[in-house]
Design a protein. Structure first.
Length: 121
């Protein structure tokens, strides 16, 4: 089942120390001052920080759901169409984006969503 914006927000709320910054066209999400995700309500898409290798693999595997946003310093941001991604896959990608941005001590306190994705709701 595809995930909508509310499902995305539900997943974000489960992560520690996330700050939401609302702008006119989008919302940005950061952990301790480092951005890891964006949400564009008009297109029902999110941008997530990933390793460059993961960005390339996602886009190659399912270009109808994932597209490259940009790459910088070894990270490849990927645009995710919420209507094409399952909740468990989005949870895993979102956790990874957060993990790549959060301080190590904070990451150690959070569960690994890859082994037990949270239930939406």
């Amino acid at each position: 089942m595809a995930v909508g914006s509310e499902g995305f927000f539900s997943l974000v709320r489960r992560l520690a120390e996330v700050k939401r910054l609302d702008r006119r066209e989008y919302s940005a999400f950061e952990v301790r001052g480092v951005k890891f995700a964006y949400h564009w309500p008009r297109t029902e898409t999110v941008g997530l920080k990933q390793l460059l290798s993961e960005q390339l693999a996602l886009v190659a595997e399912r270009p109808d759901v994932f597209e490259p946003q940009y790459a910088i310093a070894g990270f490849g941001w990927v645009v995710v169409r919420l209507d094409g991604v399952e909740a468990d896959e989005l949870a895993e990608l979102l956790y990874e984006a957060w993990r790549l941005s959060a301080p190590e001590q904070l990451v150690e306190q959070e569960p690994d969503w890859a082994s037990a994705p949270p239930v939406l709701g």
